[in-house]
Design a binder for this molecule. Structure first.
Ligand code: BES
Ligand code: MN
Ligand code: ZN
Length: 498
């Protein structure tokens, strides 16, 4: 694992360096001194490479001196406009440009005109970005050559804040722990990560002081959770409902996060087509985000009380699987005609949402789910869909998402959409028509939210997995939601009185 430390020492004369450069190719104080020492090598390279210091652009200069292996210039644009998200991206992109033979690298947040003198936040965010980008999932590679493994072991983040940046970074490191756990869980194949295995992973949070309770099928049956159990009945791998409780300071009602944890979604009897079905191992990304967020929140000892609930099932076709047309009864007594067994996430969430309200009276409930392919069509992988019955909650979530660049786009709810769920035989059916698929799914969930309960639903089907590298997320599992939920909790801590 990458070891991150902080310093204000002068730049080393050997090894690899990442240096910030402001717009118009403007070097900071230390960058300029280094350039001079190297006989103008940096300015010459910027000229020849057409490098202007534009945001997140990099220019790598190999072997600028016998002892320096590489200098990566990284653009930061206008120093006045640099914010936390940009620093994280700079850390991530700088990190990616380093992948050479270097074991130790320096990342310098230089002093630039117009840049906030307090560079601790910048250094801490850059460190976070670097750590997040350095994530890899190599568990199942047995034939990796040594030269294909990352050489970098130490990242030293240098800034005028020096070692004081370490205390600013400490809570972010806990958030990164949560992101890493979520990415690991989402990356694991479904033959390994069964509902039972995922429940055991949640159990590991006990060592951070989280109270973790597992409900098995028998206990869920007692509660009448027919919606969740109906999905599970086709699989030999038994389902679990996992409840994670973090006790903060004070007696405020908790915030509650609920996650869809379908460890594999074949579609059930309404079987999905084979092409791309392997992607459905990540149909538990909502639950991974909730588990990861609980790890972050407990890791940094948040003051808010938070409850995480995940419904874990496998959706399989078999002789015991539920059939299209079956009618199931949810824990709150509503009947559902299951017209499509592939619309299973909402069935799992229905009972998990009931449990959250019944036992915790939360101040707000936020559920996360890879719920619909339609949200991918609508928003792609840049924004997750946000649905809510409460404008304040929706705004706070959007705000938190913006701050950590896990962006949300709100979509409407309304009675005319709700009507599309009308069934001829039961209280509702589990699919709407061909239109507005993400909205009718959200509408279905809302039927399980009590009067006056502030609730939001995040459809992360498009954002949970990424096919290309981006600044702070390598290709693959994104852990979308972990940083957002943590930020949402942190902002709640910052407000008094609600
Ligand atoms: N897990 C899928 C949604 C999904 C699609 C997640 C692509 C990630 C990537 C969900 O259970 C599902 O199958 N939804 C159906 C709903 C339909 C049957 C109403 C869908 O989106 O097609
Ligand atoms: Mn499905
Ligand atoms: Zn699904």
């Amino acid at each position: 694992m990458l070891k991150i430390s902080f310093t204000s020492d002068p730049l080393p004369t050997q090894g690899a360096l990442v240096l910030t450069v402001a717009e118009k190719g403007s070097l900071g104080a230390q960058g300029a001194a280094l350039d001079k020492k190297l006989g103008g090598a940096l300015t010459r390279a910027m000229d020849n490479g057409g490098f202007t210091g534009a945001k997140e652009k990099t220019l790598t200069i190999l072997s600028p001196s016998p002892a320096l292996t590489r200098i990566v210039l990284i653009g930061m644009g206008e120093p006045e406009k640099a914010d936390a998200a940009l620093w994280a991206r700079i850390g991530g992109t700088g990190m990616a440009a380093l992948s050479g033979k270097d074991v130790t690298a320096y990342l310098l947040i230089d002093t630039h005109k117009g840049l906030d003198e307090d560079t601790a936040e910048a250094a801490a965010q850059a460190a976070l970005g670097a750590r997040l980008r350095s994530y890899r999932f190599d568990l199942y590679r047995t034939k990796q050559k040594p030269e294909d493994k990352p050489a970098l072991k130490n990242l030293i983040v240098a800034s005028s804040a020096g070692k004081t940046a370490a205390s600013r970074y400490a809570p972010l490191d806990k958030v990164a722990d949560g992101v890493e756990l979520a990415r690991d869980l989402v990356s694991e194949p479904a033959n390994v990560l069964t509902p039972a295995a995922l429940a055991q992973q949640a159990k590991t949070l006990e060592k951070l002081g989280v109270k973790v309770t597992l409900l098995d099928a028998k206990q869920m049956k007692k509660f009448g959770m027919g919606a969740l159990l109906g999905v599970a009945q086709g699989s030999p791998n038994p389902p679990y409902l996992v409840v994670m409780e973090w006790q903060g300071k004070g007696k405020k009602a908790p915030l509650c996060f609920v996650g869809k944890g379908v460890t594999f979604d074949t579609g059930g009897i309404s079987l999905k087509p084979p092409a791309g079905m392997w992607d459905m191992k990540y149909d538990m990304a909502g639950s991974a985000a909730v588990i990861g967020a609980m790890k972050a929140i407990a890791g940094r000892k948040a003051k808010e009380s938070v409850v995480g609930i995940v419904g874990l099932v496998e959706n399989m076709p078999s002789g015991t699987a539920q059939r299209p047309g079956d009618v199931v009864t949810s824990a709150d007594g509503q009947t559902i005609e299951v017209q499509n067994t592939d619309a299973e996430g909402r069935l799992v969430l229905a009972d998990a949402l009931w449990y959250a309200q019944k036992f915790f009276k939360p101040r707000a409930i936020v559920d996360l789910a890879t719920l619909t392919g339609a949200i991918k069509v609508a928003l792609g992988s840049d924004y997750a869909g946000l649905f809510s019955n409460d404008d304040t909650l929706a705004d706070r979530l959007s705000q938190a998402g913006k701050a950590v660049e896990e962006k949300l786009w709100r979509l409407p709810l309304g009675e005319s959409y709700d009507r599309l769920l009308k069934s001829d035989i039961a209280d509702m059916k589990n699919i709407g028509g061909p239109d507005a698929g993400s909205i009718t799914a959200a509408q279905f969930l809302q039927r399980f939210i009590g009067k006056g309960v502030a609730w939001a639903h995040l459809d992360i089907a498009g954002t949970a997995w990424q096919t290309k590298d981006s600044a702070v997320i390598p290709q693959g599992a994104t852990a979308f939601g972990v940083r957002l939920l943590d930020q949402f909790v942190a902002e709640a801590e910052g407000r008094s009185g609600d």
